[in-house]
Design a protein around this ligand. Structure first.
Ligand code: GAR
Length: 207
């Protein structure tokens, strides 16, 4: 059974979707810890309610990124995870950190990557008049939001959409997609090999 550590920075609705899927048996794994870089976020409460260790490693208490990341690695590695899941984790990670978990760390990003890495994705979609928007799950590599894409879900942007409505639509999709991808990893169907994502022994090609 896979051992999952989830990193968050906020509300944790994707975390909740993963916890629910573990509880209903859709994911063959267990969430052994939830770690936030911000104390007092709702995601930590969600973890506590589910009986999962909820830990804050507050980045603002460290004088450098490297000290913060060392503490984060120490905390994560106590749980010896096979999989680290970034679920709304809003800190940029160094290449050293990423290398430590290469092939075993996933991220969900609110855009159809490679479009719109970084922040404010909904705003940029609206400004550019895009007709399509969506969410992507990818393996984390040193390039920000640039690792191999595993799966995406998209929807049509309508004339009355605003940032809030786009966020709502994206999250509905994320809450289905992320647990599904995590379940693929936990059942051994999803791998990272030769810098690519592989599903059922086939390289994933999106684009
Ligand atoms: C999610 O929509 C996720 O795609 C986004 O943060 C939200 C977290 O929501 N992630 C990023 O922007 C990462 N660059 P949640 O805390 O309710 O799961």
């Amino acid at each position: 059974m896979s051992n999952i550590v989830v990193l968050i920075s906020g509300n944790g609705s994707n975390l909740q979707a993963i916890i629910d899927s573990v509880q209903n048996g859709a994911i063959d794994g267990c969430v052994s810890a939830v770690i936030s870089n911000k104390p007092d976020v709702y995601g930590l409460e969600r973890a506590e309610k589910a009986g999962i260790p909820a830990i804050a490693v507050d980045h603002s208490q460290f004088s450098s990124r490297s000290d913060f990341e060392q503490a984060l690695i120490q905390t994560i590695d106590q749980y010896q995870p096979n999989l680290v899941v970034l679920a709304g984790f809003m800190r940029i990670l160094s290449s050293e950190f990423v290398q430590h978990y290469l092939g075993t760390m996933l991220n969900i990003h609110p855009s159809l990557l490679p479009k719109y890495p970084g922040l404010n994705t909904h705003k940029r979609v609206l400004e550019n008049g895009d007709k399509e928007h969506g969410t992507s799950v990818h393996f984390v590599t040193a390039e920000l939001d640039g690792g191999p894409i595993i799966a995406q879900r998209s929807f049509h942007v309508t004339a009355d959409d605003n940032e809030e409505s786009l966020q709502k639509k994206i999250q509905q999709q994320e809450h289905k997609l992320y647990p599904e991808v995590v379940s693929w990893f936990c059942s051994g169907r999803l791998q990272f090999k030769d810098g690519k994502a592989w599903l059922d022994q086939q390289p994933v090609s999106i684009l």
